[in-house]
Design a protein. Sequence first.
Length: 282
Amino acid sequence: MLLHEKELRRQTFLEQWNLLSLSLPSILVIILIIIVPVGWLFYLSFTGKGGDFSLANYEKMITYKSYARVFMTTFQVSFLTTLVCILMGYPLAYFMAQLSDRMAAVCMLTVLLPFWTSLLVRTYAWLVLLQKKGILNDFAIEIGLWETPIKLVHNLTGTLIGMAHIMLPFLVLPLYGAMKRIEKDMTHAAANLGATPIQVFWKVFFPLSLPGLVAGSLIVFVLCLGFYVTPAVLGGGRVVMVATQITAILENQFNWGAASCWMTPPFITAIRSARVSASIWS
């Protein structure tokens, strides 16, 4: 019996070692491309102007009120963008999940269509649409929604519109995948047991779709934390986020230590979000 146990353990060890050896090249690539650069930036955040160890960069981050406003703006824009994507993306994903496979593929094509266009092009397209003499203002005045052009760009409103448009597919894709995995027999069984359509949705369908909703929301939120192009263009310098502040520090001061410390709070938030997502999926 002991010999069989030892042989089983040896085979298990060899199998695990073989799996590790197969994944070793991918692990090395991840270390070289992600862990080493992030670790280098994290090290630079603890260096002063003379290159010695210093906590001055983090002290400024804590004491300066302007720094706190940048972080508040970043998390506010990320949260609001995620909320807008949920409000638009959940009905869209639900509608697609109820269609036949052929019609759902056509709808999925429309969702993925923006990926065929450059991010910068899409951002400047929104700038043209939302300006005071843009198509949206002219159309709203023509149908009587408002009388004079309103400011829809170079503010928080324009930034949210542009970022929600760009981030929406990142929410729809995992949410739609989670909805398609829900067995229709479960909703039919709930209906046969006397549940109303509203009860079937909230007590059966919605809880089963939560993993996809949480995963998509975390993807959108984390991507928004480091977004640069859309807030810089549609925000017009009035919506200053972390990525914009890092660019300003490097352009004006060329201080890698001060710029590197700005990545720490979003990076920690991204790691915690990934852990939350992993725990939900498991």
